[in-house]
Design a protein around this ligand. Structure first.
Ligand code: AHR
Length: 503
C-alpha cells in the first residue's frame, strides 16, 4: 500500500513567468529531419515550396513557438552561403558531422519561409567551428538588414524582400565536445563568442545571443567551462546553453525515470555559475538559460553505427519512442517548468524523424510518437506562471539518485484566463498513486478535465501501421471538494489536471 502524495497549490509559490519559448524545438540538417521530414517536394502532401503539409499540420498541433536551426553538430562545418540562391547552383558537399552528403536544396531562406507556415520563430546558430565572426556577421546582414548592402540586396534578389528579423542567435554548438568540428578550449571559445557577438550586434543591435555551455553535465570540463566562457563573454551574451539526453541503457525503468533529477541538478548548477560570474563582475545583467537540446536518445545509437557513410538523408537517430520514454519526457518538461524563472528558452531535440515526436515515411505518411503527447499538453496548457507544488511524496531508493519521489509535479497558472494546470507523473510502475492537494486559496476553481496517458505495456510504441496505440484519455478522476484536489494517478502515468475559475 503506497501512502498518498500531498501538495499545496498556492499563488505565493510562484516560480516565475513561463516564457513561451520554453516549448521550442529543433531542426538540424541531420538524417531525415529536413529531407524527407519537413521538406520533400515529391511527397503528395508537399506544397509548391516542397514543404510537407501533413508534417506541418502535426507541427502546428505540437505548438512550438521557436525552432532552432541548422544544427547541432552540422553547423560547425556549414557554409551558410551554400544554402541560398538558385537551387540548381547550390553545391553538394561532404557533411562531416554526420558523414552524409548535403545537397543544400534547403537553406536559411527556406527555413524562415517554413517557420512562417508553421507559426513559429526561427533561432539560428552560426558556425564557430570552422568559421567565425566574419561569416556570422554576413549572415546577420543577409537576414536582418533591410536593403542597400551586398548581403541584404542578395536576400532581396533571392526573393525575400522583407528582412527575416532573426532575434535569437546561438554562438556555435557544443564547442566543448571533442567530437565537434573545430572543437575549442573554453578560453578559445569564450574569446571567439565574445568577438562574434560584438560584430553581429554591430550589424543589428536588437539581437540576443546564446553562448555554448556544456554539452552535458557529465563533461569533464563542466562547470569550469561555463565559468570561463562567461568570464569572457558575460557583457555580450544573454543566455548560456545546456544539453541533456537521457536513455534507458541499463534496462531499468525506475532508474530511467529518476534521471530527470540529473537535469534538475544541472540547471541549478548552471544558474549558480551564471550568478557567480555576475557577482564577480559586479554586473547588473542576469544570464538566463537556454536548454536548447533535451530529449530521450538511446534506441538508435547502436543501429546508427551500421549506416553507410555519404548518403543523402540516411535514417539516422530514428529513435522509436515507448510509453516509458513519454514518462521521462513528461518528467523533463516538469523539470523545465520548475526552473521557469531562469530557463527562458528550451528546445525539444528534435522535431521530425531525428529523435523526434513526429515520424514520416519518405513519399508516404506521418504520425505522432508517444513523446508527442506530454509535449503538446505542456505547450498548449502550460502557460502563465509556474507554481512550485511543494510536493510531499512517498519515495523509492535509487542506487545513483538516492531518494526519488514517485510523484513528479508542477503547476501553471494563467491568471488572465483563470486557468490552472497540474502536470504530474507517477513514477511508480506497480501501483496507482493517490494525490491530495491543498487548494484552499483556489477554492473558486473547478476541475475541467483530468487527462491521463498510460499503457499496460511500457514498451508500447507507435509505427506507421499502428499510430494510435498510446493515446491520451480524459478518464482521470480528479475532483475538487472543500479546498482539496484529489486524484488517483494510474501506475506509470502522465497526467494533466485542468482547473478553471468558476464564474
Ligand atoms: O541532436 C543531435 C545532436 O546532439 C546535435 O547535433 C548535437 O548538438 C548533440 O550532440
Amino acid at each position: 500500500m503506497v501512502m498518498p502524495a500531498q501538495f499545496t497549490l498556492h499563488p505565493e509559490l510562484e516560480i516565475g513567468e513561463i516564457d513561451p519559448r520554453l516549448y521550442g524545438s529543433f531542426i538540424e540538417h541531420l538524417g531525415r529531419a529536413v529531407y524527407g521530414g519537413i521538406y520533400e517536394p515529391s511527397n503528395p502532401s508537399a506544397d509548391e515550396n516542397g514543404f510537407r503539409q501533413d508534417v506541418l499540420k502535426l507541427v502546428k498541433e505540437l505548438n512550438v513557438p521557436i525552432v532552432r536551426y541548422p544544427g547541432g553538430n552540422f553547423v560547425s562545418g556549414y557554409d551558410w552561403e551554400d544554402g541560398i540562391g538558385p537551387k540548381h547552383q547550390r553545391p553538394r558537399r561532404l557533411e562531416l558531422a554526420w558523414n552524409s552528403v548535403e545537397t543544400n536544396q534547403f537553406g536559411t531562406d527556406e527555413f524562415v519561409a517554413w517557420c512562417r507556415q508553421a507559426n513559429t520563430q526561427p533561432i539560428l546558430a552560426v558556425n564557430l567551428g570552422l568559421r567565425g565572426a566574419g561569416a556570422a556577421r554576413h549572415l546577420v546582414e543577409y537576414c536582418n538588414h533591410s536593403n542597400g548592402t551586398y548581403w541584404s540586396d542578395l536576400r532581396i534578389a533571392n526573393g525575400f524582400r522583407d528582412p527575416h528579423n532573426i532575434r535569437v542567435w546561438c554562438l556555435g554548438n557544443e564547442m566543448d565536445g571533442e567530437w565537434q568540428i573545430g572543437h575549442k578550449t573554453a578560453e578559445e571559445y569564450g574569446r571567439l563568442a565574445c568577438e562574434t557577438a560584438k560584430v553581429m550586434k554591430g550589424v543589428d543591435p536588437r539581437i540576443e545571443f546564446v553562448a555554448c555551455g556544456s554539452s552535458s553535465s557529465k563533461m569533464p570540463t563542466f562547470p569550469e567551462w561555463e565559468m570561463t566562457v562567461l568570464d569572457h563573454a558575460y557583457e555580450h551574451v544573454d543566455y548560456i546553453s545546456l544539453h541533456t539526453y537521457l536513455g534507458n541503457e541499463e534496462n531499468d525503468t525506475l532508474h530511467f525515470l529518476a534521471k530527470s533529477l540529473e537535469m534538475d541538478r544541472f540547471i541549478s548548477t548552471v544558474v549558480a555559475v551564471c550568478d557567480l560570474v555576475c557577482a564577480k563582475k559586479h554586473g547588473k545583467k542576469t544570464i538566463n538559460l537556454s536548454f536548447d537540446e533535451w530529449n530521450v536518445w538511446f534506441h538508435s545509437r547502436a543501429g546508427d553505427e551500421e549506416i553507410a557513410p555519404w548518403q543523402i538523408a540516411p535514417p539516422l537517430l530514428e529513435d522509436i519512442y515507448t510509453m516509458e520514454d513519454a514518462l521521462v519526457v513528461g518528467c523533463m518538461l516538469i523539470t523545465l517548468l520548475k526552473h521557469a524563472d531562469r530557463v527562458k528558452i528550451a528546445c525539444l531535440a528534435q522535431l521530425v524523424n531525428v529523435i523526434a515526436p513526429i515520424m514520416t515515411i519518405n513519399a508516404g505518411t506521418c504520425w505522432r510518437q508517444s513523446i508527442f503527447f506530454p509535449f503538446a499538453h505542456a505547450s498548449r496548457f502550460g502557460r502563465g506562471v509556474a507554481l512550485n507544488l511543494n510536493v510531499r511524496s512517498p519515495m523509492y531508493d535509487d542506487r545513483k539518485y538516492g531518494q526519488v519521489p514517485y510523484l513528479e509535479a508542477a503547476a501553471t497558472w494563467d491568471r488572465e484566463q483563470g486557468n490552472i494546470v497540474v502536470f504530474a507523473v507517477n513514477r511508480n510502475t506497480d501501483a496507482a498513486l493517490v494525490v491530495e492537494g491543498d487548494v484552499r486559496t483556489f477554492s473558486d476553481y473547478r476541475v475541467v478535465e483530468h487527462i491521463t496517458l498510460t499503457h499496460p505495456d511500457l514498451r508500447a510504441r507507435h509505427t506507421a501501421e499502428s499510430p494510435n496505440v498510446i493515446a491520451p484519455q480524459r478518464n482521470g478522476d480528479a475532483r475538487l471538494e472543500a479546498g482539496v484536489l484529489r486524484a488517483l494517478l494510474p501506475e506509470a502515468s502522465w497526467n494533466v489536471i485542468r482547473l478553471a475559475k468558476l464564474h
